[in-house]
Design a protein around this ligand. Structure first.
Ligand SMILES: [Zn+2]
Ligand SMILES: [Zn+2]
Length: 110
């Protein structure tokens, strides 16, 4: 058995014959961002040599549009966490109140 060798062909970027890897964008979007995103609207992802692949990845990671989405996502998650914490505190308070009522009822009927 032999290890799978990447295909050697012309890199979509530097046009040199090298082992190529398919570039796949690794990010998500909120709302309509993906319809204007230069990575996601690409008809076909490029086959790139290691060097160009790395450069492309770096570009993707530094893309302001993508970072904006990630930031918004973080804000939404933080807000959700705060909401969940508040709800939890509320439930604890309700439970304590119920227990207080139950104890008082018990005392009254004893
Ligand atoms: Zn290349
Ligand atoms: Zn995208």
């Amino acid at each position: 058995m032999t290890a799978i060798q990447p295909v050697e062909a012309r890199c979509d970027h530097c046009k040199q014959t090298r082992p190529l890897f398919l570039f796949e964008p690794d990010h998500g979007h909120l709302g309509a961002g993906m319809f204007t995103c230069r990575w996601c609207t690409r008809e076909k992802q490029p086959l790139l040599c290691v060097r160009c692949w790395g450069a492309e990845k770096e570009l993707e990671e530094n893309d302001p549009g993508i970072n904006q989405d990630a930031e918004t996502m973080e804000q939404i998650c933080a807000a959700n966490d705060r909401y969940a914490a508040r709800r939890e505190a509320r439930r604890e308070a309700d439970k304590a109140a119920c227990e207080g009522i139950a104890a008082a009822t018990e005392e009254a009927t004893a």
